[in-house]
Each structure stands twice: as C-alpha cells, then as structure tokens.
Ligand binder design. Structure first.
Ligand code: PM9
Length: 461
C-alpha cells in the first residue's frame, strides 16, 4: 500500500452518513433507472459522484461567509474576489458567474462565429455543449497517450501541436481563432499538462495570432504535478506555478466548485489586452446571471471563493489530496482492477471496458459498473464514457470514446483513509464476479447532456 500523507487539517464539524442494505440499494438503483445522478443523496453512503461543489470549507471560509455584503451592486466581497483573482492567477479583469457553465455560455456566445473550430485538450461535456450551441465544432488535440488508460505517460493532458497544425491546414486560420486548454484534464482521468507544453503552445499560438483560453477549473492540482515532476519548477511555490500557467493564456473560465474550494461559483477572467471580450461578457452577464458585481453568486459566496483561491495554493494540502487519491488507486491496482494510469488529480478512474470486457460499448459498461458499485457498497460514482460522450450531432451515432470509465471522484477535505479503504474493498469484491454483470439499454434518452437524466434497464437473457 502506498505511504499515506496526513491531511494538514483536523475535523471540527461532522455530518452523519447512513449505511443501507443491499436490497434497499438495489431498489434505489432500479428506481433511478441505473443512473447514479438520479439517486437521492440520503441513499448514498460515500459520495464519489463528483468533486464539484462537494468539498468542505475551512473555518476561515466560514468566517468569510459571515462577512457577506449582500448589496445588489458593488458588494465589497466582489472587490475581494477581484483582488484574489489578480493576486493568485494574475488576471486583470473578472466577470463572476453562478458556476462554470454560466461562464462557458458567456464566453462561447461572445467569442465564436458559426463554423469556428474549437480545439481542446479533450472535450468536457458542458464545455463542448456550449461551444456547439454557439456554432462551434469541437476538435480533440490532446496527445494520443491520453486515450490509452494503460499508458503511464506523465503528461497526458498535453496538447499535440501536430494535431493543432493539421486543423489549421485543413480549416485555415480564419476558422481556428482560439484553442482551449484545461489543466488536470477531467475526461482523461485528471491528467496534467506540463508547463513546458503550455509554453510551447503559447509560443506557437502567439506566432499565428490564435488565442488561448484556459478552463482553469482544476489548476492547483495540475500545478502540484508540475512542481512534483518538472525539475525546473520544483522550487517554485504553487502560486508561482499557477500564475505562470495563466500567463500562457489570454483569458480563462473557472468552475470555482473544484479548486476554488467552494460549493458554488464561477467566473471568467482576462488580461488587459482582452478588454473587448471582457466588455462583451460583462454586458451579457446581466442578461443571464446577475449584475456584473455578483453574477449569480451571493456576496458570502464570493468571499468564500476569495479565501478558497488563496487556500488552494497550499502545497501540503495538495500533497495530502493527491496522496489520498494515490492510496485508493494503489489498493485497486494491487488487486488487479484495471485503472487509468497514472493516478490523476481529482479522482481514480476505473477502466470499465477492461473491467467488463464481455460487454459491447453500446451496452454501456461504465454506466452499469457505476450502478453495480453503488449496489455493492453504497459508494456513488459516475459514468464517463459512451453515455457522457453523447451522439454526434451530424450522424446521430454514439460517439464511442476510447475511454469508457467510471470516475471515483474524491471531494476535497471530506473523506478519510478508511472511506477510501472501504471503497476499494467493495470494488475489488465486484471485480471477482465481474462476468455475471449484464449490460444496459436506454429506456429514456435526453437530447442534450444525456448522462444527467438518462434512464436504463439491464439487458437480460
Ligand atoms: N464538472 C464534474 O463533475 C460537474 C458537472 S458535469 C458532471 O466534473 C470542467 C473541466 C468541469 C466542469 C464541471 C465544468 C462546468 C467546466 N469545466 O459544473 O457548471 O469539470 O460549475 O462547471 C463537473 P459547472
């Protein structure tokens, strides 16, 4: 078992968890149409559905909540948040939003022209949806290794500049006006890019006048891997690395519910030379989110985020967080459970295609595996495969991503080592009887972001 790294905090408030029987969980998953998003939280023992908005705030953040200035306009907490964004990330201007997809909506509506190509280091569900709604066409420019769960490559989040060049050759610079680069790439298994890759991408794009907008949702976790693995930055502080990452971009959006260490919130941020985009987004935020000095967040939420952005720069916290993930990853790996390697920054990803190798991808192995993990132990996880990828808007066919994964997403500062051990035990038990697990078929398929609300039934006989 990997050595554990103690958390640099102690527990002050506890929230009871309820263990249920297997029979109860079986009836719950059937009622939920085999979709873990449709389970009620009260029926879940350990909730590894997502790390989004599920973290525990610190005493300083809670104290900040009491300092919420709930004025409609010009709340002092807005200015505190602007200061934190400037200080930690380096961006000059910020537009608050209620969460990440609010920022994506404003960004793509204001930047894209119909038919624009949107190259990204792998898709993310809501990001691609908003790019497509604004008339864009998503293209994957991540390195090949990212699509191979077994590859031990340490920088699976890197952009492949050859793929970007091929898009420019095919569509021309008029249609490739931006790229988006996300740290700790979610759908690839929480895999980081290196700072040297970000710098190469920056130099390449600068030369051609292509803008770089980053989705910095999990930037601190990526910064931790850079400090750990990229010799040149070993002595840099996490904050210095974060600022250096952001310096490779023109602007960003963030779902603050992850590395912002808060339960709700998001924003767009830009450097000074992006004043036009900033003004456009600031004008539009009042239509969809709220006034430009709160953008859908309460004053107290902005204060908690201002504190969270500074707190997340603590290397000891990040070492313990990644250490906890490595513990879970290591226990499963030792038992032979197929996983995405190396262990990522926000979750442990099970290779469902290899786990249930008797199923076809159109029998939704990851969806079924997530359902079975819940029935086995009350642990809720999330499908990140065929269902999440959705259908190609042109052909109407399932997209069939190479990665068919179940994500065990660990909320920040919430669970203990024992919870990780319990989670591993349940999955290892399930692995021993994997051959008996059947596939699924849709009974209801929503048109957009289908993974949230789809329903399924087992394929029997
Ligand atoms: N991520 C996650 O669980 C929550 C919604 S999808 C199940 O991973 C990135 C990289 C994200 C992300 C959300 C968003 C959208 C943008 N970029 O959820 O709207 O991981 O705050 O952010 C989720 P919001």
């Amino acid at each position: 078992m990997p050595r554990c790294i103690p958390e640099p905090y102690k527990i002050k408030v506890v929230e009871p968890l309820r263990m249920t029987t297997r029979e109860h969980r079986q009836s719950c998953i059937e009622a939920a149409g085999y979709n873990t998003f449709l389970l009620d939280s009260k029926d879940v023992f350990i909730d590894l559905l997502t790390d989004s908005g599920t973290g525990a705030m610190s005493d300083v953040q809670w104290a900040g909540m009491m300092r919420g200035d709930e004025a409609y306009a010009g709340s002092r907490n807005f200015y505190n948040l602007c200061d934190a964004v400037r200080d930690v990330l380096g961006y000059d201007m910020m537009v608050p939003t209620h969460q990440g997809r609010g920022a994506e909506h404003l960004f793509f509506q204001n930047f894209l022209r119909k038919g624009d190509i949107v190259p990204m280091n792998m898709y993310f569900t809501t990001t691609r949806q908003h790019a497509e709604l604004a008339g864009g066409i998503f293209k994957d420019i991540i390195v090949d290794e990212a699509h191979d769960p077994a590859s031990r490559f340490e920088w699976k989040g890197n952009v492949d500049l050859g793929k970007l060049q091929a898009l420019i050759d095919e569509y021309g610079l008029e249609r490739v006006r931006m790229i988006s680069m996300a740290p700790d790439v979610n759908m690839a298994g929480g895999q980081p890019f290196s700072l040297s890759n970000a710098k190469e991408v920056h130099a390449f794009c600068r030369k051609l006048g292509i803008k770089i907008y980053m989705d910095i949702t999990r930037i601190a976790e990526n910064a931790f891997f850079i400090k750990e693995r990229e010799q040149e930055y070993a002595e840099w502080s996490i904050k210095e690395i974060i600022r250096e990452i952001c310096a490779q971009s023109d602007g960003c959006w963030m779902s603050a519910k992850k590395d912002g260490l808060v339960n709700i919130g998001g924003f767009l941020a830009f450097f000074k030379h992006e004043d036009e985009m900033f003004q456009k987004c600031r004008s539009m935020v009042v239509v969809y989110e709220g006034l430009h000095t709160y953008g859908g967040m309460a004053g107290r939420d902005m204060e908690a985020l201002a504190v969270g952005l500074r707190e997340v720069c603590n290397n000891d916290y990040l070492a313990a967080r990644v250490g906890q993930l490595r513990l879970l990853h290591g226990m499963l790996d030792e038992a032979g459970v197929p996983l995405v390697h190396p262990c990522g920054g926000h979750g442990v990803f099970v290779d469902a295609r290899a786990f249930l190798d008797h199923l076809d991808q159109d029998e939704f192995p990851a969806q079924m595996l997530a359902a079975q993990i819940y029935v086995e132990s009350g642990v809720r996880s999330m499908e990140r495969g065929n269902v999440s990828a959705g259908r190609d808007p042109e052909t109407g066919e399932n997209r069939h991503p190479r990665l068919e994964l179940v994500r065990l997403t660990v909320p920040r500062r919430v669970y203990t080592q024992t919870h990780m051990e319990f989670t591993a035990e349940g999955i290892i038990e399930l692995y021993k009887r994997r051959e008996s697990i059947p596939g699924l078929r849709f009974t209801y398929e929503p048109e957009t972001l289908r993974f949230f609300q789809a329903r399924f039934e087992p394929i029997t006989g």
